[in-house]
Design a protein around this ligand. Sequence first.
Ligand code: ADP
Length: 446
Amino acid sequence: MKKILIANRGEIAVRIIRACRELGIKSVAIYSQADAHSLHAKLADESICIGPAESKKSYLHIPAIIAAAEVSGADAIHPGYGFLSENAGFAEICRKCNITFIGPTPEQMRQLGEKVAARDVARKAGLPFLPGSKSAIESIDIAKKSAKEIGFPVILKASGGGGGRGMKIVHKDEDLEKAYFTCRQEAAAAFGNSEVYLEKYLENPRHVEIQIMADKHGNIVHLGERDCSVQRRHQKVIEEAPCNLLNEKERSRIGAYAVALAKEVGYHGAGTVEFLMDDDKNVYFMEMNTRIQVEHPVTEQITGIDLVRTQIQVAMGEALPFSQEDVKIKGHAIECRINAEDPKSFAPWPGKITAYSSPGGLGVRVDGFVYHGYTVVPYYDSMLTKLIVTADTRELAIKKMECALKEFIVDGIRTNIPFHLEVLKHPDFMQGKHSTRFLEKAGFVK
Ligand code: ADP
């Protein structure tokens, strides 16, 4: 592999460019007309404008991306996260064009991408589930019967859902019919797939996910867990590793589930298996993401393993450079997603950054793509930067994060830095007692 095209933008594109550089591989950035000043377009060895601001006409426009790869002579494409990263059709086209897709095969993506299909695979692999419908629910009568068996509250989920969208919590029988039809309609409109299923809704779970990495020779290793329980509208805001509630034995048990699932489909590449965990530390399979995730740095920080570099190596056919025994967890890492948004209303806040200075020091990592004088555009996700800190203990990491957030200067626009500072000092978070409903219960979000 000599040249990699990065089919993405922003911080993850910058992250991938760094990995390419270190491996001595040339990088090609693609950018929309709105992103000409994004750091990713400036840092890559080559940059190609592929269309207007609208994602559909640029970062999601497969013919333009393939043409950019062919024109630049790239022999591989890294999809990052979001955009086309979980699009099996795109992976298939790459294969047909003799371009290595840095990720699993289209077949593996199809088996694990849609939630209903993934649940079938996970069931075969022996993973634990919350009580719920076995497959997609075809009628309101079946939904009612299923909900009655499970007991309220239940959650309806769109098979094609993602990013916290496509879910409806139902507390009582009378509300089920409306929720069922709305969920189906919304799912059809948003994901082009009206399939929904239903499962028990856990009131105060933790979100625990396992990072896995697998090569094309059948080696699958898990790299421990991340706790992503600080969420707003089912979307992650702060992530950390390890989870403060788990010991080595429990970690191995959950890790083994993730490895079993990957094994079931002969998976290769990076992947994340997501679980909910109840008060008794029972875990339940939720879904698998077949790509690198936003929060991957916290795992890198405590394992010392470069996940993006490893993704590229396994895509080239190399064997995993580490075994399960080599993976050792050291210290504690926390990531805060720094977004261009109002810290109270969370309304997006694009605009020009008139002053910018990022924090530093031992154990402080900043993965971003903006700089002094950069204008944040309104067309994409509002995340600017990920601030990641690493320390010996969770307590020290929280303190370090607080110091780093206070050092961060981003003027001219609003960011959620003040929000993060408030969350960090909340007793439930400090004591590690928070569930996925923490932000709501503590009054940070309505
Ligand atoms: P997405 O694909 O949108 O990320 P997930 O299935 O990963 O959806 O769920 C996202 C979040 O939604 C979880 O982290 C959790 O907070 C909440 N959630 C999902 N299923 C349940 C459930 N059965 N009970 C309670 N919360 C749930």
